[in-house]
Design a protein around this ligand. Structure first.
Ligand SMILES: *Cc1c(COP(=O)(O)O)cnc(C)c1O
Length: 384
């Protein structure tokens, strides 16, 4: 294949991969082992103990690095363990600026765990770069961005934020869970760290909990590998295998998620019983232009508010759906529905929630890759 870089769809299948050295297995075997025989002390084949490295995990880590155009990938036991590793780059007194409508679990980790270690978290909608820059001071070490955000589908301009972080010598990390590298590659837009809950679209089949980090810089990678090995929040060989298997169809799944998402978003937008639909593909979405510039398409995540909706009839609606399964999580092949006020964002106080327009009647869809007519029929019967 020479030196020419593969295009994205080929990378999902071949990126960072080669047949297994032992028997030429095309898929990396699940190396279900904790340790590796040594011929003499230190005489090994690159693997000593599976907390440090395991060949199945290494195969996944190489695939992740390739997909995000980074040099180094790291796989963790969950998305939260990946974020936790990034936080361990910091020391007491450091400050972090985060997107205001952050994933609930990230908010809990930051405020509930890391604040007591003396790290300060500031929040910014990151819509206005002057407002964002006003939070930067000599203690700022990291900017944590989510885009599109959950569940309001706000868009943050990664390139614009990276101009600020580069000026002030601050690290920029992007949670790329919702977009996936199929839609957007933050390292190419100036980010230093990309984070994934690979549990969602990357693995794509709702059967594992896995997290990932990808970076370009060698010394940053060294620091993160040191943290990964020291703290031990690694992804096991079986889950590494399943995630790698999922990644091989990422591009075909994402294409269908986007197609179905677009049809459902437009169906809801034109529905007489729907008040508001949040989806970055609409031309009147406040950050449509940014979304169009930094993303390939707009994804399958949609939030909406029915007309005259309330907490109670939102609950009734989600209970009535038959194909959309009521569940936490997103990004799998099957369609899911969630009620943020009582589920993913239930731990955030109501007035805090409503500041970010997460009202009681808001409903979030993760549109799967089923026949879209069946999905629309399901929504229609539940709305009626
Ligand atoms: C699910 C999720 C996480 C956390 O990942 P886990 O794999 O559940 O630990 C972080 N960020 C976003 C945007 C998520 O959706």
């Amino acid at each position: 294949m020479g030196k020419k870089e593969l295009k994205f769809n080929s990378k999902t299948i071949h990126g960072g991969q080669k047949p297994d050295a032992a028997y030429g297995a095309v898929m990396p075997p699940i190396y279900q082992t904790s340790t590796y025989a040594q011929s003499s002390p230190g005489g090994h084949k690159g693997f000593e103990y599976s907390r440090g490295a395991n060949p199945t995990r290494t195969a996944l880590e190489n695939a992740l690095a390739s997909l995000e155009n980074g040099g180094y990938g790291l796989a963790f036991g969950s998305g939260m363990a990946a974020i936790d590793a990034v936080m361990k780059l910091l020391v007491p007194g450091d400050e972090v600026i985060c997107t205001s409508d952050l994933y609930g679990g990230s908010y809990r980790l930051f405020k509930g765990v890391y604040e007591k270690y003396g790290i300060k978290f500031r929040f910014s909608p990151m819509e206005d770069m002057k407002e964002l820059e006003s939070h930067v001071n000599s203690k700022t070490k990291l900017v944590w961005v989510e885009t599109p955000t959950n569940p309001m589908m706000n868009i943050v301009d990664i390139k614009a934020v990276s101009k600020i972080t580069k000026t002030h010598n601050v690290l920029l990390a992007v949670d790329n869970t919702f977009a996936t590298p199929y839609l957007q590659r933050p390292l190419d837009l100036g980010a230093d760290i990309v984070m994934h809950s690979a549990t969602k679209y990357l693995a794509g089949h709702s059967d594992v909990i896995v997290g990932a980090l990808v970076v370009k810089d060698h010394s940053l990678a060294e620091q993160l590998y040191f943290i990964q090995k020291s703290s031990g929040g690694i992804c096991g060989p079986m889950d590494s295998y399943l995630t790698l298997r999922g990644i091989k169809t990422l591009h075909v799944r994402m294409q269908r998620h986007c197609e179905n998402g677009q049809i459902i978003a437009k169906y809801l937008e034109n529905h007489p019983k729907i008040d508001k639909v949040y989806w970055p593909g609409f031309e009147n979405h406040p950050y449509h232009k940014v979304a169009k510039a930094q993303m390939k398409s707009f994804g399958g995540m949609i939030s909406f508010v029915p007309k005259g909706g309330s907490y109670d009839n939102a609950i009734q609606f989600v209970e009535r759906l038959k194909i959309f399964t009521l569940a936490e999580s997103l990004g799998g092949v099957e369609s899911l529905v969630g009620h943020p006020a009582s589920m993913s964002h239930g731990s955030i106080p109501k007035d805090e929630r409503e500041k970010n327009r997460i009202v009681d009647a808001l409903i979030r869809l993760s549109v799967g890759i089923e026949d879209v007519e069946d999905l629309m029929d399901d929504l229609e019967q539940a709305l009626n």
